[in-house]
Design a protein around this ligand. Structure first.
Ligand code: HEM
Length: 548
């Protein structure tokens, strides 16, 4: 079409140039054709040269900046981010206009939003060390004494050292250890006892504090070798401070975008400081107790493991650097333990809450899991970790819950530690990078009906084996900053859910609406509160507290 147009234009041009005396011809002459062909060649060569020049310019100036949302001095892209939706939904929506990877300004900070798994994996895995930084914000600094923890601490020698110790301690007490299975099982048992009592009294229960207590006790056993009983005032204090932290920290609140706002009274910041003070008191109490009881010959928990690392660094008996240079101050020790608490409790208990919420919405999935439990485990004994391989439908359900409602839908923000690139886009040092896990897990090209809760998508066609049907699935992140508690969390999810579903069928009291699937956005995405009826399954009615 374009060539035809060009040809007609040239033809008129040639006719115009022809001497007036010449009689016009009806069709193009041989000379016309030759001129036309010559110009076509010029045109093609011109295009090729232009392409070459563009390519050369790209290699000189490097790749391009990602598309950017409109931004104004001082306030950045704030006006384009006004939305009734939480950030993960808004960021997914903005892809339509700006593409899968785009940037925006949060005040004076450049933030790149990644919505596709290829770029997400480039950031987390291929260039994991370059993007392993964490931006500092006012609220996370309050929470972590200026980043002296693992989750919000910047990538450094101290951070690597702490992560190594915690990983070692979690391996010793957690992954693959019979001790942790026993601890989780005991907590699942006491949770089932509470459900039995409520069922006997015909009471519907808000499971949220019960699940949180059970998961808190697992982490308490790991960190402090201790646990809380129901109604323990210290546990009640912990519950309320945890909620205060979830509600106020790392939500891209205005004070995190414009730190100078700290000078004005700020209710959220005030609440956060109050909650952090209560948490610090509890941590300090455990720390002091551990320092008194400490012995080099026994390592009871994570606190002991950290104390041992600190002492050996102080005595210079370590191959690592000295205590000061690796940052084993009291603050670091306390913040590291606090972090495991923060990261280990809210996440796992929230996934359990989402699992129960979806099971209530999908009673056929609940029945399927119970049939699987009945046929593979039976009613004479309780599920164990060794049953995981023979309960694929339950495992697939856990995977589907982690997909459809990722607890950390934006992970934790990453930061470029040097100039780099994501795909064809340049990234400057200091740029913040947000991986929108929500977009990855709800990508219509990767997941059929992504909003549909369908555990079957994680099973092979025979329904007997587990699969990961898409590369767009990263519930625990990946690479250098991958979740430290992934193995522990998976054990907890399996043991708690299998134990509950072996004995009870969960539903909402008759006449009550089904619980909302929307979720409240904070440092984790939490389901709303609602009451649950736990009806004992046939054969379990009279058993009040049978060990799991
Ligand atoms: C189902 C439960 C859990 C989920 C879905 C989950 C998910 C995640 C995600 C998505 C991240 C962020 C990765 C990133 O920023 O790239 C993370 C980080 C982290 N998680 Fe988990 N997590 C869970 C349970 C746990 C538990 C039980 C612990 C501790 C025992 C834990 C400890 C951590 C820590 C310390 C980090 C920070 C890692 C770092 O910055 O280097 N998590 N988790």
């Amino acid at each position: 079409m374009a060539l035809l147009l060009l040809r007609n234009l040239l033809h008129s041009f040639c006719n115009a140039l022809r001497p007036l005396s010449q009689t016009p011809q009806t069709g193009p002459s041989a000379a016309d054709m030759a001129v036309f062909l010559l110009l076509c060649v010029f045109f093609a060569v011109g295009l090729a040269l232009l392409a070459l020049q563009l390519k050369l310019r790209m290699s000189v100036h490097g790749p391009q900046e990602p598309p950017r949302l409109p931004s104004l001095p001082l306030i950045g892209s704030l006006l384009s981010l006004r939305s009734p939706h939480p950030p993960h939904l808004l960021f997914k929506e903005l892809q339509r206009k700006y593409g899968q990877t785009y940037s925006l300004m949060m005040g004076s900070h450049c933030v790149i939003i990644v919505n596709h798994h290829t770029h997400a994996k480039e950031v987390l895995m291929k260039k994991g060390k370059i993007f392993a930084g964490r931006p500092r914000t006012v609220t996370t600094d309050v929470l972590t004494r200026d980043g002296k923890d693992i989750a919000f601490g910047d990538y450094s020698t101290t951070w690597r050292f702490h992560r190594k110790i915690v990983h070692g301690a979690l391996c010793m007490f957690g992954e693959g250890s019979a001790a942790i299975e026993k601890i989780i099982t005991a907590e699942a048992q006491s949770l089932c006892a509470i459900l039995s009592e409520a069922a006997a009294a015909r009471l519907a229960l808000d499971l949220s504090p019960e699940l949180t207590r059970a998961v808190t006790n697992v982490i308490c056993a790991l960190c402090f070798n201790s646990s809380y009983r129901r109604g323990d005032p210290e546990f009640e204090a912990m519950l309320s401070y945890s909620q205060g932290i979830v509600d106020t920290v790392a939500k891209d609140s205005l004070v995190d975008i414009f730190p100078w706002l700290q000078i004005f009274p700020n209710a959220d910041l005030h609440l956060l400081k109050k909650c952090v003070a209560i948490r610090d008191q509890l941590l300090q109490k455990q720390y002091d107790k551990h320092k008194v009881d400490y012995s080099d010959s026994v390592q009871r928990d994570l606190m002991d493991a950290l104390l041992r690392a600190k002492r050996s660094a102080e005595n210079n008996n370590t191959v690592e650097l000295g205590a000061d240079s690796v940052g084993l101050s009291d603050d670091h020790l306390l913040m590291t333990v606090g972090d495991i608490f923060g990261a280990g409790v809210e996440t796992t208990s929230t996934v359990l809450k989402w699992a129960i919420t979806y099971l209530i919405h999908h009673p056929q999935v609940q029945r399927h899991i119970q049939e699987e439990l009945d046929s593979k485990v039976g009613g004479d004994r309780s599920p164990q970790l060794s049953d995981r391989g023979s309960l694929p439908y339950l495992e697939a359900t856990i995977r589907e819950v982690l997909r459809i409602r990722p607890v950390a839908p934006l992970l934790i923000p990453h930061m470029a530690l040097s100039d780099s690139s994501i795909g064809d886009f340049t990234v400057r040092k200091g740029t913040r990078v947000i991986i929108n896990l929500w977009s990855l897990h709800h990508d219509e090209k990767e997941w059929k009906n992504p909003e549909l809760f369908d555990p079957g998508r994680f099973l092979n066609s025979e329904g007997t084996g587990l699969i990961i049907p898409s590369a767009s699935y990263l519930p625990f992140g990946a690479g250098v900053r991958v979740c430290l508690g992934e193995a522990l969390a998976k054990m907890e999810l399996f043991l708690f859910l299998s134990c509950i579903l072996q004995r009870f069928t969960l539903s909402v009291p008759s006449g009550q609406p089904l619980p909302s699937l929307e979720g409240k956005f904070g440092v984790v995405l939490q389901p709303a509160k609602y009451n649950v009826n736990a009806t004992p399954r046939p054969g379990w009615e009279r058993i009040k507290c049978q060990p799991c």
